[in-house]
Design a protein around this ligand. Structure first.
Ligand code: KG4
Ligand code: ZN
Length: 336
């Protein structure tokens, strides 16, 4: 009988310290996430120095818990995978150095993982992939459409030229005096509002799968300022609903077009903004009119975690990709 592959995953690219153990790239054995959101909330965003310090404080605790809840020992682990980038360099370094120290001390292979590959592979913890597939990645730092012809091969066919979708959500939320991270709050307000304001949609050039959200963000800010100057009151719910409608329109339409053009067998959605109810509903509606299956991970696998890093790391490991003990964090690592 073929032996199972057990991969330990470590993720520290932003404000979540996470360690997980995944079996065969598809089954979560343990998945521990320590969120720092409370510490960053009062600053309205992630403060890099604070993030790094918290990762240092939390890492051993989270690692121990991941082993405790798994019932496994180091003997069961085949390799250690870690987010190499992109992300905050100081934060990434904590994970990378932990992984390197463990790989050396426990004599285990080390596998660097791209954070976005992790978000994509979060889906494989729920459902096996069918190639070619198209992934829409929407997070605080990324908005990308990625085509995959096989495991471990990524072709970015579209990306944001300015703000990421999650970043736009967080900035608009800030204008509305909502707490960080603002995405879930806008999502909630949007469900109670009317799409009464006509915000722009950045379609860009004909055939382009790139995105742009900074124009929309400015339009929202201008609308709020102008209304204030005129003494008009706009309902926050309506601003949220109209902003969200613009984001969702562009994301879903471009995903649908790309899925058809590339004749993919599956569409998957990943990243923190994939938790958005409006986006999920609209994608489900659009794709139910096609024969292309759509897969959206459960909420807790949408946001940053280490199970997704272990899942992506399993593929790298099985494909013979290894990192040396000179592995370095790379804040702007390219997905390829
Ligand atoms: O993937 P993630 O946890 O971290 C990054 O890698 O960036 O994504 C975090 C982003 C934040 O911008 C947050 O506001 C957004 O995901 N987000 C949402 C929702 N939940 C989280 N955006 C819109 N609607 C949501 N329900
Ligand atoms: Zn992420």
């Amino acid at each position: 009988m073929k032996k199972d592959t057990m991969i330990l995953g470590i993720e520290t690219s932003c404000d979540e310290t996470a360690v997980a153990i995944v079996k065969n790239g598809t089954e979560i054995i343990s998945n521990v996430v320590a969120s720092q959101i409370e510490s960053h909330k009062r600053f309205g965003g992630v403060v890099p120095e604070i993030a790094s310090r918290h990762h240092v404080e939390q890492m051993t605790i989270v690692l121990e818990e991941a082993f405790q809840t798994s019932g496994l020992t180091w003997d069961d682990i085949d390799a250690i995978s870690v987010t190499q980038g992109p992300g905050l360099v100081g934060a990434l370094l904590v994970g990378v150095n932990t992984a390197k120290a463990l790989a050396f001390a426990k004599q285990k292979p080390l596998v660097g993982v791209h954070h976005i590959a992790g978000h994509i592979y979060a889906n494989r913890l729920e459902q096996e992939f069918e190639f070619p597939l198209l992934a829409l990645i929407v997070s605080g730092g990324h908005t990308e459409l990625v085509r995959m012809k096989e495991h471990g091969s990524y072709e970015v066919i579209g990306e944001t030229r300015d703000d990421a979708a999650g970043e736009a959500y967080d900035k608009v939320a800030r204008m509305l005096h909502l707490p960080y991270p603002g995405g879930p709050h806008i999502d909630r307000l949007a469900a109670e509002g009317e799409e009464s304001i006509d915000f722009p949609r950045a379609w860009l050039e004909e055939g382009s799968y790139d995105f742009s959200f900074s124009g929309l963000k400015s339009a929202v800010i201008n609308k709020i300022h102008n209304a204030k100057q005129r003494g008009e009151t706009l309902k926050d719910e309506d601003i949220a609903a109209s902003f969200q409608a613009s984001v969702i329109d562009v994301l879903t339409e471009k995903t649908l077009r790309a899925a058809k053009e590339y004749k993919v067998k599956q569409v998957i959605v990943a990243g923190g903004v994939a938790a958005n109810r409006g986006l999920r509903n609209e994608l489900e509606k659009k794709f139910s009119q096609t024969s292309i299956p759509l897969s959206v991970p459960p909420l807790k696998l949408c946001t940053d975690n280490a199970a997704m890093i272990a899942a992506a790391g399993t593929i790298n490991y099985q494909q013979g990709k290894r990192s040396g003990l000179d592995l370095n964090a790379n804040a702007s690592l390219i997905l390829k």
